[in-house]
Unconditional design. Structure first.
Length: 232
């Protein structure tokens, strides 16, 4: 009888990792709005954790750029202005374009099938008028695209950029004005991927990103901090 190989113990995530994830989610959904001070004493009490791992978690947020540390003042959730929005989407265009090129060299049909599954969720959310689910499916779509590239570095870059994207959407309370058009845009990306048409895919992706920038910056003639009422 063959010896039974013992199972390895489940590794527990470091407390700082869990705290950082909890804070990141609160920043993305607007619970911790841009400009909010991340006070150690208050957060430690709310989360029921000690200051050591909390301090490490805050440092991780600063390193990611979603929080800033001001000498003698403390740590604050980053405020984003119109220039930041444009830069975020410029970086996303470059990052996702690179992902598209890698996907096309590997198994584009597999990726198209995966994106189609996410797209069905997106279409269902649009039909129901559920903007929260629609926004989540949108991010899932783009994250799946990057993940399919197989590049761990693109994936790491995407994680930070997607956090910043959700910060923009939450701070500006921005929903897509036409959910059906949003669904159609993503279907176009899938179709171009299925056809393995790189120029079309990249052009549609860039148009998609430019449309997002136009929506997020609409109504603000000059670059500047996000409105106080949007920032909380």
């Amino acid at each position: 009888m063959a010896a039974v190989k013992p199972l390895r113990p489940v590794k527990r995530e470091p407390a700082a990792t869990i705290i950082a994830a909890r804070l990141t989610e609160a920043i993305m959904d607007g619970t911790l709005a841009p400009g909010t001070q991340l006070g150690e004493a208050e957060l430690a009490g709310q989360l029921g954790v000690s200051r050591g791992p909390l301090r490490e978690a805050l440092q991780r947020l600063v390193q990611q750029g979603i929080a800033i540390s001001e000498p003698h003042r403390g740590v604050f959730v980053t405020r984003l202005d119109e220039d930041d929005v444009r830069d975020i989407y410029l970086a996303r265009t470059a990052m996702e374009s690179a992902a598209c090129r890698l996907v096309l060299k590997q198994d584009p049909q597999r990726t198209a099938r995966r994106l189609a599954r996410v797209h069905r969720t997106m279409a269902s959310a649009a039909r129901r008028g559920n903007h929260t689910a629609l926004s989540r499916a949108d991010m899932d779509f783009h994250y799946a695209l990057v993940e399919e590239s197989g590049s761990p570095r693109l994936k790491r870059i995407a994680e930070t950029l997607f956090v910043e994207t959700r910060m923009c959407l939450s701070a500006l309370h921005c929903d897509h004005p036409d959910p059906d058009a949003m669904v159609e845009e993503h279907q176009g990306l899938i179709d171009a991927l299925r056809e393995e048409d790189e120029p079309l895919l990249l052009r549609l992706l860039e148009d998609h990103m430019l449309d997002a920038v136009d929506r997020l910056t609409a109504g603000n003639a000059t670059a500047g901090p996000l409105p106080e009422e949007a920032a909380g």
